[in-house]
Ligand binder design. Structure first.
Ligand SMILES: Nc1ncnc2c1ncn2[C@@H]1O[C@H](COP(=O)(O)OP(=O)(O)OP(=O)(O)O)[C@@H](O)[C@H]1O
Ligand SMILES: [Mg+2]
Length: 370
């Protein structure tokens, strides 16, 4: 059990390049499941490797339980790492793989046997203990890799995309197994993924990284409801939020010619350029759109030319481009309940739901709070 504190931690691979990890400050509570998420190359693995001692810290500090880890060797850190590749020894059985670190640490035979048995029970690996990695499925190997981390009873788990080699269905079940296991063991966990669904479903809090810089650390709900900038807004949520640049006039922002009423405090920013963000579920279909003529401040429906329909059974997503807009206009994504009879080429009229508009400054991308 441990707290982890990144204090402006920085990693710079070369003098010429921007830092791979750029002054990250992150306070992780004892027992917390923190997910690091962001696009490829944003510095997730490097951040994790710095914590595990596999990568030096060029600026700032990393504290575990209040102790600066500078100079502490990886093997003395009491941090167990689970990699994407599992990194199992191919010629050892599942049981031997799990026991390996304990043998090295001179843990007694009986203690080792007991810890491996416990881990095997938790992970439902008991029937597979004598198998070698080559005789196991991807999901089973992944559980052995988890078992190897668990038997060490470490202060901190570091997991770097441990599910990315699993097929979609197995990922979903393993994701909840890992989250449940972490809850039961209560071991502070830093989990890296580039999959925002994994991040949102597993983490107590999620830290979003971009180009080595921390954008936002929050609960999944806060990230979704209050993204601090357009990057986080676009990264979290699937299908993605629709972002449209617009200017504020007479208390409304215009989205492809449709007037979106704004909160009074924001409406005061007349003449400013803003980015309006609307999530797929923040629209509703209007069957018989009112004729325009209510003036600029009246909300008229947006006519969309349907370009793609995704029916997922329980819900549908309609992707369309505003009628009359040029080809490079952003597509608008609309979520519909259940089935839809809409097809490619149809026109559908939609209106934004009141009070569900996200607003960002067009120049900085920062959120404008209503
Ligand atoms: N050993 C290295 N030498 C030089 N540059 C490196 C090294 N390792 C990583 N980098 C660079 O640091 C940046 C961050 O890499 P990192 O592996 O942390 O990204 P990531 O977020 O884990 O990406 P992915 O999702 O693709 O795994 C990248 O620009 C990468 O090219
Ligand atoms: Mg990585």
């Amino acid at each position: 059990m441990a707290t982890v504190y990144f204090d402006e931690a920085t990693r710079r691979f070369s003098k010429e390049d921007a830092p791979a990890v750029d002054g990250i400050t992150l306070d992780i509570a004892d027992g917390e499941f923190l997910v690091l998420v962001g696009p490829s190359g944003c510095g997730k693995s490097t951040t994790l490797r710095m914590l595990a001692g596999l990568e030096p810290v060029d600026g700032g500090r990393i504290l575990v339980d209040g102790h600066d880890q500078k100079g502490v060797r990886p093997r003395d850190r009491d941090i167990a790492m689970v990699f994407q590749s599992y990194a199992l020894y191919p010629n050892m059985s599942a049981a031997q793989n799990m026991a390996f670190a304990l043998d090295n640490a001179k843990v007694s035979r009986s203690e080792t046997r007991q810890r491996v048995a416990e881990a095997a029970k938790i992970l439902e690996l008991e029937p597979l203990l004598d198998r070698k990695p080559g005789q196991m499925s991807g999901g089973q190997r992944q559980r052995v890799a988890m078992g190897r981390a668990i038997v060490r009873n470490p202060k901190v788990f570091c997991m770097d995309e441990p599910l990315s080699n699993l097929d979609a269905k197995l990922r979903v079940s393993t994701r909840s197994q890992i989250a449940g296991l972490q809850r039961r063991l209560g071991i502070t966990t830093v989990y890296v993924t580039h999959d925002q669904v994994e991040a949102m479903t597993m983490g107590h809090r999620v830290a979003v990284l971009r180009d080595g810089k921390l954008q936002q650390v929050d609960t999944p709900e806060r990230l979704y409801d209050h993204p601090v900038n357009t990057f986080v807004a676009a990264f979290i949520g699937s299908p993605a939020i629709t972002l449209v640049e617009s200017d504020v006039r007479e208390g409304v922002a215009r989205v492809h010619g449709v007037s979106v009423p704004l909160d009074r405090s924001v409406a005061g920013r007349a003449g400013e350029k803003v980015v309006v963000g609307l999530r797929p579920e923040s629209w509703h279909v209007v069957e018989t759109p009112a004729r325009s003529g209510a003036g600029d401040s009246g909300t008229t429906a947006l006519a969309l030319n349907v370009e793609l329909v995704e029916s997922l059974g329980s819900e549908s997503f309609v992707y369309g481009r505003p009628v009359g807009a040029d080809d490079d206009a952003d597509r608008v994504t609309v979520r519909l309940d259940k089935r839809t009879h809409l097809a490619v080429g149809d026109t559908v009229h939609v209106e934004p739901n009141r009070g569900e508009v996200h607003l960002f400054d067009a120049a900085s991308g920062e959120r404008i709070e209503a």
